[in-house]
Design a protein around this ligand. Structure first.
Ligand SMILES: Nc1ncnc2c1ncn2[C@@H]1O[C@H](COP(=O)(O)OP(=O)(O)OP(=O)(O)O)[C@@H](O)[C@H]1O
Length: 240
């Protein structure tokens, strides 16, 4: 049977070779905020890409726009203009419900202030991304609890944990569903040096096992040395 023209079209356009190779691509991102009567431009013409499995660090002075950029890349905030694409899907024009599905399925998050659910135990917090995606997996949760060395605290609530233990829980939660990409905003910012090193090492070890890409905003030069690529921001722009 002769193929229809539309079949030929789709066969020629959806080949792996024709897809962009980067996992995450942001093009010409701009973001302004209203401060009193003034519109302040805080992200300016930012182009960025992250490859699958890559570890990218975003550095820059306080106020340079790092956290805002991370929020735009993770589709936690909308740009004024420009687009963000994850695994070939444009995020910038999806509604909140569609974004929530993508965040659950493809993304993990680690924040400076841990953001654990206060009424859930360590084990329940770690299981949460799998449970809300209706893919419960006890064995995987147990594996992650052991990997972050919290077997003895699995039934504790977050307020019964030290800062390091809370962040180790958050790291396990971020990676439990083997997301395509993990975003971390100052993940070691609230920890002493020893705990910071331990949390970072766990994040890197787990990321290696899952193959997830990792984008980290940090002031930590030691962390930047471990990255595949360091992006430096100044006044809302990428300068290197
Ligand atoms: N909602 C907002 N309203 C007004 N100004 C904002 C808002 N969000 C961010 N800003 C400003 O935008 C700039 C960039 O902020 P952002 O938090 O992204 O910087 P940062 O590089 O992450 O800083 P830090 O290292 O201190 O966390 C700052 O000058 C900040 O004050």
């Amino acid at each position: 049977m002769t193929p229809l023209a539309s079949d030929l079209d789709s066969a020629t356009t959806i080949t792996p070779a024709s897809k962009p190779s980067a996992l995450l691509t942001a093009i010409q991102l701009n973001k302004t905020v209203q401060v009193g009567e003034q519109k302040l431009s805080i992200i300016k013409d930012v182009d960025i890409y992250v490859n699958a499995g890559e570890f990218v660090v975003i550095m820059g002075k306080s106020g340079s726009g790092k956290s805002t950029l991370l929020a735009l890349l993770a589709a936690l905030d909308y740009p004024d203009s420009g687009s963000v694409e994850l695994a070939g899907q444009t995020l910038s024009n999806l509604d909140e419900d569609a974004l929530a599905v993508i965040r659950q399925r493809d993304m993990g998050f680690v924040f400076q202030s841990f953001h654990l659910l206060p009424t859930l135990t360590v084990a329940e917090n770690i299981a949460f991304p799998l449970d809300i995606a209706r893919r419960p997996n006890k064995a995987r949760v147990n594996e992650l609890i052991e990997a972050v060395d919290l077997g003895h605290r699995r039934d504790s609530l977050p307020n019964q944990l030290s800062g390091g233990e809370q962040q180790r829980t958050a790291v396990a939660r971020a990676l439990v569903s083997q997301p395509k990409i993990v975003f971390a905003d100052e993940p070691t910012g609230n920890l002493d040096e020893q705990n910071a090193n331990q949390v970072m090492q766990l994040l890197l070890d787990l990321r290696q096992k899952t193959g997830s890409a990792l984008v980290v905003v940090t002031h930590d030069a030691a962390l930047a040395e471990m990255a595949d690529r360091v992006i430096t921001m100044h006044d809302g722009r990428i300068v290197s």
